[in-house]
Design a protein around this ligand. Structure first.
Ligand SMILES: NC(=O)c1ccc[n+]([C@@H]2O[C@H](COP(=O)([O-])OP(=O)(O)OC[C@H]3O[C@@H](n4cnc5c(N)ncnc54)[C@H](O)[C@@H]3O)[C@@H](O)[C@H]2O)c1
Length: 470
């Protein structure tokens, strides 16, 4: 059987991994798909496809399959290529769109002030519908405001088709991504169950066949694209809400001196109802949890024009945005003042094992420290550049940073931190006053050890440390 020609539009964190994952799929040893990844035709897009065509990722990642499958697709199966020429869509039987729809984040989370930048996304769709064959299937994976496909995109695509003299209805299906960057990046694309929807039966059937080649039949069909768009936003809002919820209980636990990590562990034994309760932490970052609920409120205001407010949901986003300021306050209390002091931030990516600093909560912490006259240095094994107005300086290694700082805070459990050999550090050269742990990386014995060296251990969610040492 000849390979199915698939174009993947947008080669960011999602699209590059989707293109690589699709190229790895085989039927009796023969690749299912001939995959072409397409980026924007500008300087940055050209740089990205240049790197990918050389077998290199455009960002740090810890999944070996990413590099292995990329190499195999480029050099062994030879069914994977990257470029910036949109004419490639004219050859595709299936186009998968992984271009993002951005939201301008504001600190207020006011439902009336949400600004969705839909233009670049619509331009990307125009690139596709003005090139594809009339019977090509377009699958949109972008996280969208509910109603976008049915109320905006279908008509938009039909107009382009009409202007090209096609009578056919464009074949459009919607199936959001659940990819989890990190150690299981590619596997999360290939194995997570998917949810799909389209009002067009042919589009739905063809898209179902497409996904059944890799998500092992774990496909849920909802009655229309709007329901699927809704599902994605609800899924992420649920998670954001749970984080905000546990943050409130973090403050309570710290005040009364209990260890919230232990408490949560004891609750998690209730499998099926309570085992996904969130743990305390530093804050919420990344591209999705910080914006997706805003897409929902924007759809309410602008697509469905309803008088309805997702008040609780938006408030959760606001709580999450301010979360790192709690860590700031705890560190400041222990240090007395940041003025003239240096804080080492360890782990500026928004998630462990991921090299992505979009909307990292470390931004809020750095701004607050800078405002109080403190200096910042940082360390993250997966990040090279952090462009923050406070101009934090990257240290070459963790130990060097520990020796330069007055206080340290570990914001995410990057592998290097979880495996830190505490006793082997050169303590004679370390003059820290405060050691912050926002993720239960360090044990009670470690805290005792630090305290013995006159370093105050500050643990987010660890009220028992606060009671003992502060
Ligand atoms: N990052 C995640 O973990 C994740 C997880 C699930 C879903 N999503 C969703 O997936 C979508 C993509 O997210 P992402 O993190 O990959 O975003 P991203 O910004 O990293 O990637 C999008 C890419 O699309 C490119 N692009 C823009 N216009 C284009 C055009 N006309 N032609 C070709 N390429 C174009 C951009 O240059 C960019 O590289 C978003 O809707 C996001 O919400 C992301």
């Amino acid at each position: 059987m000849p390979m199915i020609k698939v174009a993947v539009q947008g080669l960011g964190f999602v699209g590059s991994a989707v293109a690589i994952a699709l190229s790895s799929l085989k039927n009796n040893g023969v690749p299912y798909f001939q995959v072409f990844g397409v980026e924007r035709d500008d300087q940055n897009g050209k740089k990205m496809v240049g790197l990918l065509n050389e077998g290199k990722a455009c960002f740090s990642n810890t999944d070996e399959d990413f590099t292995r499958y990329l190499h195999a697709g480029l050099n062994i199966s030879c069914n994977l290529k990257f470029g910036t020429d949109k004419k490639i869509y004219s050859e595709a039987e299936v186009v998968v769109c992984d271009v993002g729809m951005d939201v301008k984040l504001t600190e207020t989370y006011d439902s009336q002030e949400i600004e969705v930048m839909d233009k670049p996304f619509m331009i990307a769709l125009e690139d596709v519908f003005s090139q594809i064959k009339p019977d090509a299937l377009v699958i949109i994976e972008t996280t969208l405001p509910p109603g976008m496909v049915e109320k905006r995109i279908v008509g938009f695509a039909q107009e382009i088709f009409n202007s090209r003299g096609f009578n056919a209805a464009p074949l459009i299906a919607y199936c959001y991504e659940r990819v989890m960057p990190g150690k299981n990046y590619i596997s999360s694309i290939l194995n997570y169950p998917r949810t799909i929807g389209s009002a067009d039966i042919e589009a739905l059937n063809r898209a179902s066949l497409f996904y059944n080649t890799f998500c092992g039949g774990k496909l849920t069909v909802l009655r229309d694209a709007t329901s699927v768009e809704f599902a994605k936003i609800l899924e992420n809002s649920y998670r954001a809400m749970n984080i905000a919820f546990i943050h409130e209980w973090t403050l309570y636990a710290e005040e009364i001196g209990v260890n919230l990590f232990d408490i949560i562990q004891s609750i998690k034994v209730r499998k099926g109802t309570h085992d996904n309760i969130m743990k305390p932490g530093f804050g919420v970052g990344g591209y999705c949890l910080t914006k997706d609920s805003l897409l929902a409120q924007w759809s309410i205001n602008n697509i469905f024009k309803l008088d309805l407010s997702l008040g609780l949901t938006l408030n959760a986003l606001k709580v999450n945005y301010q979360m790192p300021l709690h860590t700031f306050q705890r560190l400041k209390n222990a240090l007395k003042s940041f003025n003239g002091k240096t804080l080492l931030i360890c782990g500026i990516s928004y998630l462990a094992d991921v090299g992505d600093i979009r909307n990292t909560p470390a931004n809020q912490l750095a701004t607050a420290v800078n405002k109080e006259g403190g200096s910042l240095i940082w360390h993250d094994p997966l990040i090279d550049v952090w462009d923050h107005p406070a101009r934090p300086e990257k240290v070459a290694g963790l130990e060097e940073g520990l020796q330069k700082a007055d206080a340290v805070v570990f914001c995410i459990p990057q592998k290097e931190y979880s495996q830190l050999n505490f006793q082997a550090l050169n303590w004679d050269k370390i003059h820290l006053k405060v050691w912050g742990d926002t993720f239960d990386i360090f044990s009670d014995e470690d805290a005792e050890f630090l305290f013995g060296r006159e370093i105050v251990p500050v643990g987010i969610g660890k009220g028992h440390w606060k009671k003992l040492y502060e």
